[in-house]
Design a binder for this molecule. Structure first.
Ligand code: SF4
Length: 291
């Protein structure tokens, strides 16, 4: 029998995404499942989530986009440009596809503050594109905190009237918050949809497999917190709660998964968690933001 280490929860958190990706790949290779088309729209945000996705490992992003799904539209990665690119978007609407949206939806003046394409002489807003694809997509994934909750794009005073994808579309939207989201959270969710057709979500529609614990639950500084020993300045080794750490109210598996090829994460680099995956980020995340 395989030894699974001292803590089964930690072990399973580390390996669940990986094993589901493997399962999805097997199903695709055995022709038991079909590759599904993917439209990835960059709406009102910084495009940080598609950049984060480029950091994916095992499988890397090329494998995801060529073998697991068929990427039909993404303005950062696709080869086509201009009208040709947008035609590809329109053609995909009549197929079975997953819609990923990163960035919030800017709604002021009919979406005028975020034009993503020009087609047959007409400016196409992100709002219109999200609406068109959102009506027809098999699954909609809001990737990143702006798409999930409004995030930085909807921060006070929100001059573009940006709102989350779920608020805008009023249909089931899977939220994968984080500023940015971790590549494993995105690929693991897509793999789960390929392999099983659905996945278990929490009350805020986040995949339970990635968002079921708080950072505080598994923080390596937790014993300092429990004993009331707190850092007084950045660089101290103790718990950073009194420096404004938002780990106790932020649900992600960062302490176990880690970032940038699984080598480190904010608290590991001596900086408090700023709560970037939280619903009220950034307005409600004092002291990171203070008005
Ligand atoms: S550093 Fe933050 S997450 Fe870690 S124990 Fe302290 S408050 Fe909790």
């Amino acid at each position: 029998m395989e030894t699974i280490g001292p803590c089964h929860v930690v072990k399973s958190k580390k390996t669940t995404a990986r094993s589901i990706v493997n399962l999805a790949i097997k199903e695709l290779q055995n022709n038991k499942k079909d590759k599904i088309n993917l439209i990835w729209l960059e709406a009102t945000g910084c495009s940080g989530n598609i950049i984060s996705l480029l950091n994916a490992e095992n499988p890397d992003v090329m494998y995801l986009l060529q073998e697991m799904v068929s990427l039909k539209y993404n303005n950062s990665l696709m080869a086509a440009e201009g009208e040709k690119a947008f035609k590809q978007f329109l053609d995909t609407l009549d197929t079975e596809f997953i819609l990923v949206v990163e960035g919030a939806v800017s709604t002021k003046d009919n979406g005028l503050y975020n034009i993503i394409a020009r087609y047959q002489g007409k400016a196409i807003t992100a709002m219109e594109a999200v609406n068109l694809a959102g009506e027809k997509a098999k699954y909609v994934l809001a990737v990143g905190t702006c798409a999930s909750y409004g995030g930085i794009s909807a921060a006070r005073p929100n001059p573009s009237n940006s709102i989350s994808v779920a608020e805008f579309l009023k249909r089931e939207v899977i939220r994968i918050p984080g500023c940015p989201s971790h590549p494993d959270w995105v690929i693991g969710t897509i793999a789960n949809l390929i392999a099983f057709g659905n996945l278990e979500l929490d009350s805020k529609n986040r995949p339970i497999m990635f968002y079921s614990i708080t950072i505080h639950d598994h923080c390596p500084r937790r014993s300092y917190f429990d004993k009331g020993i707190f850092a007084t300045k950045l660089g101290d080794l103790e718990c950073m709660f009194k420096l404004g750490c938002r780990g106790p109210i932020t649900r992600t598996d960062c302490p176990m998964r880690q970032w940038n090829g699984y080598v480190n994460w904010p608290i590991g680099a001596n900086t408090p968690c700023i709560g970037c995956a939280g619903e009220s980020f950034p307005d409600g995340m004092e002291p990171f933001v203070r008005y």
